[in-house]
Write a protein that binds this ligand. Structure first.
Ligand SMILES: [Zn+2]
Ligand SMILES: [Zn+2]
Length: 489
């Protein structure tokens, strides 16, 4: 029952209290949304590091590391109490109350139909909540009983089979160990006219189990099994999997602590249900307005069952891969929630960053080295106009004396400013000066886009794309380039 504890999440290099959602390709810094900038190049947004202009890679983690299952469960009690949740509970409660009323008043043969409909409605909604939570949705789904078979009968059968791990095992125990004579019981039942008139069952000698410690162990073990049986009923292709204890045990061990957390949550909700049931039983007995009180009782119970189904759905959403459910890649997500978006558009940082080395100020004419340092300071400070001006002035220097990141920054900025010639020069320099730098294919993609989409030089753009595909195979850049080449090339 162990799994590696979640890795501590990285924090931003500049803002140590902020969790990082990106890592810079260029300088290796962990970055928070403040420190990442989305730069619009024509139609694509590129995420870049605001420290160095390098590409910011989104940090990926497993869903259980983004937020643990226990953390996600913290909000589970709120789940039914949304406008949508209450409306669905009100609707289902009305249907269940009506169906329940029908099962009480008619002969046994007529009772079976509403009882089956009731089971279909209950389990159809229960599995619908589980499934929607497994998909990561946060609202109670509106139930859809459009298909009697798939939305009612199948879920009812699944619910019956899954819960049979509890009632079935106790019945079997009663028969094989408790010495309960089933045939005699069925005989007596079928010869009892009251059974046909009111559907009254004879009592099953279940109280003998109360004094049998083995029956208690069996009952508790089957209750521990029940949540797994319900999850298997929802996720497995074969319903027989429910009765494969080895598979169930394997999944429980892999879920480890999280399965125990789910059991604890369900036990707590079971106690809530018991309390609600006490209230709802007395509501059902209120003589006047009988339908209204039945309805209220059903609504209260629905709300508890929504929360129970949510507990299981969230477990599958967070850790379903441990049960072999879905594609492992589905469980990998960005560290920060999707609404943590970086800043868009290019703008000058109000608080310029200190340059990596303090610029040596030389009196009189500054040396090329000093001017290069000035350039990298301007780039770090996102001072676009001055950086572009200084870069143009320094064009007499060998390309390699400027880092690829600075070339790339200037290329991106010039393209954003509409200075296509400068953009082409800077982007070519970025790729030429360090062809093995990971920034090189990126610079070439931008170069091809500037050529093809801004300067209408389709042939040159195609040459660049072809070069990217040959020189940098199996990179994002080559896939991007391949998609822009005619299929025959
Ligand atoms: Zn960086
Ligand atoms: Zn930051």
């Amino acid at each position: 029952m162990s799994r590696t504890p979640p890795k501590p999440l990285a924090h931003c290099k500049r803002h140590p209290s902020a969790p990082a959602g990106w890592r810079c390709d260029g300088c290796g810094a962990s970055l928070c949304p403040e420190c990442v900038e989305a730069k619009r190049m024509q139609t694509v947004d590129l995420l870049v590091c605001r420290l160095c202009g390098g590409r910011a890679e989104t940090l990926l983690v497993h869903r259980s590391e983004q937020a643990s299952y226990a953390d996600r469960l913290g909000q589970v009690w709120r789940y039914p109490f949304t406008r949508q949740g209450l409306m669905v509970a009100a609707g289902l409660g009305a249907m269940m109350a009506f169906v329940g009323f029908m099962t009480n008043v008619t002969l046994i043969v007529f009772r079976l139909a509403p009882a089956a409909i009731g089971a279909g409605i209950f389990w159809g909604s229960f599995f619908a909540v589980m499934r929607s939570s497994t998909r990561g949705e946060s609202e109670v789904p509106t139930p859809d009983f459009g298909d009697v078979f798939d939305d009612g009968l199948v879920p009812a059968l699944k619910g019956l089979l899954a819960t049979s791990v509890v009632w079935g095992s106790l019945l079997l125990y009663l028969v094989f160990v408790g010495g309960w004579d089933v045939f005699q019981y069925v005989d007596r039942l079928l010869s009892d006219p009251m059974f046909y008139m009111t559907g009254r069952f004879q009592s099953i000698p279940g109280e003998t189990l109360l004094h049998d410690p083995i029956a208690w162990v069996l009952g508790l073990a089957s209750l521990v099994y029940l949540p797994m049986a319900l999850m298997m009923a929802m996720t497995s292709n074969s319903l027989l999997d429910i009765f494969n204890p080895l598979k169930a045990l394997h999944s429980m061990l892999r879920l480890g602590r999280d399965y125990a957390v789910a059991l604890g949550a369900l036990f707590t909700l079971g106690l809530v249900y018991a309390a609600v049931h006490l209230v709802s039983s007395s509501l059902r007995e209120v003589a006047f307005e009988v339908i209204v009180s039945r309805w209220l009782a059903q609504v209260l119970e629905c709300l508890v069952f929504f929360a129970m189904a949510r507990v299981l759905g969230l477990l599958l959403y967070t850790r379903g891969d441990a049960m072999g459910y879905g594609d492992p890649g589905d469980y990998i997500t960005s560290v920060l929630p999707a609404d943590a978006t970086p800043r868009t558009s290019l703008r000058v940082d109000p608080a310029p960053l200190p340059s990596r080395e303090p610029a040596t100020s030389t009196p009189g004419a500054p040396s090329p080295e000093a001017r290069l340092e000035e350039l990298s300071a301007l780039v770090q400070a996102r001072n676009v106009p001055q950086a572009l001006a200084l870069y143009s002035e320094l064009s007499f220097l060998p390309k390699a004396s400027i880092t690829p990141a600075v070339h790339l920054f200037v290329g991106q900025a010039a393209a954003a400013e509409g200075d296509n010639d400068l953009a082409v020069r800077a982007l070519e320099s970025a790729a030429d000066s360090a062809p093995d730098d990971p920034l090189a294919p990126r610079a070439l993609v931008l170069l091809a886009r500037v050529l093809g989409e801004r300067m209408q030089e389709a042939a040159r753009a195609r040459d660049v794309y072809r070069y990217i595909v040959d020189r940098y195979p199996d990179t994002d850049a080559s896939r991007f380039a391949q998609a822009r080449l005619p299929p025959t090339s």
